[in-house]
Design a protein around this ligand. Sequence first.
Ligand code: COA
Ligand code: AMP
Length: 640
Amino acid sequence: MDAVGSRYKAVYDFARDKPNEFWEAVGRDISWFKAWDKVFDPYAGHFGRWFVGGETNTAFNCLDRHVAAGRGAQAALIWDSPVTNNVRSFSYAELTDEVATLAAVLRDEFGVKKGDRVMIYMPAVPEAVMAMLACARLGAVHSVVFGGFASAELAARIDDCTPVAMLAGSCGIEGTKVVAYKPLLDKAILLANHKPAHCLILQRPMMQAELTSGRDLDWSVTCAKAKAEGRKADCAVVASTDPAYILYTSGTTGQPKGIVRDVGGHMVALKWSMTNHYDVKPGEVLWAASDVGWVVGHSYIVYAPLLQGATTILYEGKPVGTPDAGAFWRVCSQHKVAALFTAPTAIRAIRKEDPDGALMAKYDLSSLRTLFLAGERADPDTVKWIGAHLGKPVIDNWWQTETGWPIAGNPVGIELQPVKIGSPTLPMPGYVLHVLNDRGEPLGPNTPGTLAIKLPLPPSVATTIWGNDDRFVKSYLSEFKGYYSTSDAGFRDEDGYVWVMARTDDVINVAGHRLSTGQMEEVLAKHPDVTECAVVGVADELKGQLPMGFVVLHKGVTRSHADIEAEAVKLVRTEIGPVAAFKNVFVVERLPKTRSGKTLRGSLRNVADGVDFKVPATIDDPAILGEIAAVLKAHGIAKV
Ligand code: COA
Ligand code: AMP
């Protein structure tokens, strides 16, 4: 079998050998107010910049141009919210109107202008999408923060990008719980050194927030007034190389990285991916069951489907419990979804509740062509289960917040490649992917190493870290000269298929959410009784990985271990947020170390996972591993 199809190969080779010609042609699919002077300038930025000199606007490309082309009456956004029992549809004309009005409010009430930062802390409601697009309309730079992060995390982001305004909801709904957002916002502003002057608050009926006079405005009231006055903002002319947004993601320290996406390259790559990877055409429906707080939500709830003139779905609910494990299939059937995109963890949650697919069988899924999975490793068991029950291709794709679109995937729109379960298939055109050893030398087939992308990076990949060029270079470009290091380990097989195995840093993936164990350690170290600590990601059947903490107490601390453990859990929840899913932490006498004093986190993880492993030769005292196992056993950790 020739695993790699000729059409894919032709496109891939063209993008690799003549990248400027390739992207120049693709770039014409976007509307520009002024064409670029150079499709690629190798001397600009950290690895070159795309579409230099071009001028455009993202909201114009997502909305106005489709209305002008006759798509005004087509659904642009469908909000499906089982937790509030609502389904609302916004046509392209309606969404354009809402966004232009909201942009006028930001401009007139708050003075938001091109280049200003605006932070968005909202649940999955249509106003969150409108907020992102309103910023794009003004050329303002949005930064969306996922609702599961706590005040301290929000405050760190406020201080990092110094927004002029905050857009927030009064509350979110998590399954059956109503989660207050506004008190978290108020506390974050209190904690932050930078004080945003304005907040626009969406009052949700299930929990109204108290507004701070002189700072907060009521979203609906203010927008209704602007609408009555007929105020709308035009699309600002924005340079292709200007920042479109900042999205914070976990790195190896407590300070999150503000990934900066540019305007032009972002649109070009995303629109290309809609046709060629996700195979969703204008007028069709794509549902990315994620949250706008994550990169999948930015790219495939908001920007890519709208750039394509498709219909997108924003879902406020869970895969299970809202009301049951048939919810995803109800949405697909009701809205005639052509492609569903979610994280493997959501499928595992559904499988647990509906192992025989009985709930799935209740719905007509004839419109659904493909299921895409990303955000974490797609474990073969889950892929096989869903593939068998759905009877449609299940496409794993591998990417990162930094890239904004798949590094590797199966280009369904070019030609579906044979699926090898467990592999996200092949590099996307534009990515020259090598596997490197520690010396930065490319390795041959089936040899594991670090997955690294040869520079220059294709359009849409992060251009820098907000306010920290040095950290960008240090984090991604310094490890291997001439390459971007993905910090993922893996290999390519004899057919060139990519296999992603594990992170090479301390990032873990919990329910498709990227978290830093280093950051959790920084939080645990703040507990007054803790002298040292380690956090590792242990295997979890539902969430893929879960963080587990180990703390050593100062000499002479006699307080109850259970109390200290409960306080440590609370500390991580307060400092990072419930999204960390940090529930397991154990007091231990000592941590396993090398003779030079480095904590052996890998060994801790192996003990907690209950797997056979080779004790590192450098370990100072192997007896410590037995002590750890005994503590875990005493706490009923089943695998040990
Ligand atoms: N706002 C406030 N709190 C939130 C939140 C939000 N937007 N999202 C999650 N949380 C809270 C949850 O309520 C939970 O709190 P708890 O500890 O008080 O119960 C905690 O954060 C952990 O949430 P989560 O990891 O989502 O666990 P869960 O048990 O609620 O749900 C799954 C488990 C598998 C159903 C869920 O994680 C899921 O749907 N995952 C899909 C992931 C995904 O879409 N990833 C995006 C990348 S593609
Ligand atoms: P995030 O930036 O939150 O999207 O997380 C990116 C990280 O998630 C990657 O570096 C990988 O470690 C992991 N990841 C994402 N998608 C996949 C996938 N399809 N297979 C394996 N790992 C993945």
